[in-house]
Design a protein around this ligand. Structure first.
Ligand code: COA
Ligand code: MG
Length: 297
């Protein structure tokens, strides 16, 4: 299932948890990490477990939980506390390489056995670029990663802190080179292992226009969804990541023109040369549109 919008919800906020449920986000990420203060960790775990146990119908909206990083002593107690709630998946922050994803996979196997949950059913979304090492280890995902991994996103805020940067943007307001580089590497790694590439959040959550533009840029680049931090964002994200009527009509024409010209590798359409990559893009877009239509019923 394609997840277009992933809305982060602080795990210790009753009000935001309720707001999340009403939201059109395809998935919520109930957060136990950065948005929860240390003294509220235990409260957040209990609230997240109870929320998961209350909301068992996940057909419209998946419920993921972001646990603390595996190299802290908070991660295992997080998982122990929330696994009885049968989350659809875990969002794993601050990885160094695919190794942490595989370690989490083993932990989940044990918790699934304890809870009587089907093996392998708890999925993983990892935040792939929050440590300095992670910038250099994307290739490890190609060497064998758990098939619980369904998506990867990247991060520019924690990475800036990890790299000793005072800012992750240049004077023109655009991301600095290293952040653009990890965005591209994240996308390529996702496509190489066939998981969903998820675009980074934008922190200026009151700027709807900036969000829309960023979504469209991400989608053109190959991303299929985006992280949200505010309830106003998922409607914009869902729209931007759903192929429009015009795009669908154009893709159908591309498919049709090749069907009408069997044996031709390249043809003209509206005065433009189109060949096999265009056919592939058209088919990908139509598959995506079908998946979203099936999801929305
Ligand atoms: N999920 C669900 N509901 C949310 C929400 C979220 N992420 N962010 C805000 N809301 C709710 C607020 O509670 C408020 O509801 P209310 O009017 O019923 O009280 C409403 O949406 C409007 O919120 P608003 O006043 O515009 O924002 P804010 O100033 O209260 O909060 C943030 C701003 C950034 C603190 C908040 O959006 C937030 O907590 N985001 C998530 C942060 C996070 O999880 N970070 C970790 C991942 S990077
Ligand atoms: Mg963070």
């Amino acid at each position: 299932m394609i997840i277009r919008s992933w809305l982060f919800v602080p795990g210790d906020s009753e009000r935001k948890l309720e707001k999340g449920r009403e939201n059109v986000a395809d998935a919520l990420i109930l957060d136990l990490e950065d948005s929860v203060s240390n003294d509220r960790q235990e409260i957040a775990r209990t609230m997240v477990r109870e929320y998961l146990q209350k909301h068992t119908d996940r057909s419209r909206q998946k419920l993921y939980v972001r646990c603390n990083p595996l190299d802290t002593d908070l991660a295992l107690p997080d998982l122990a506390a929330i696994m009885p709630g049968r989350p659809d998946g875990i969002c794993l922050p601050k990885v160094y390489s695919a190794k942490e994803v595989n370690t989490l996979c083993n932990y989940l196997s044990a918790f699934e056995a304890r809870e009587g949950i089907e093996q392998g059913s708890t999925k993983i979304l990892c935040v792939a670029t929050e440590t300095a090492a992670s910038v250099l280890t994307f290739h490890t995902y190609l060497d064998g990663v758990s098939d619980r991994l369904v998506g990867m996103t990247w991060g520019a805020e924690d990475l800036a802190a990890a790299l000793g940067a005072s800012d992750n943007r240049g004077p023109d307001g655009d991301y600095d080179d290293v952040y653009k580089q990890v965005k591209g590497l994240c996308l390529a790694a996702c496509r190489a292992i066939d998981v969903q590439p998820v675009g980074v959040l934008i922190t200026n959550f009151r700027d709807d226009k900036a969000l829309e533009e960023d979504c469209l840029r991400d989608r053109k680049a190959g991303f299929v969804g985006k992280i949200a931090i505010h309830p106003a964002q998922p409607p914009i994200i869902n729209k931007a990541f759903t192929p429009s009527e015009e795009e669908i009509a154009h893709a159908k024409r591309v498919v049709a023109v090749f069907a009408e010209n069997p044996g031709m590798g390249t043809v003209g359409l509206d005065g433009m040369m189109i060949d096999m990559p265009h056919l592939k893009q058209a088919n990908t877009l139509l598959e995506l549109a079908d998946q979203i239509e099936a999801m929305e019923g």
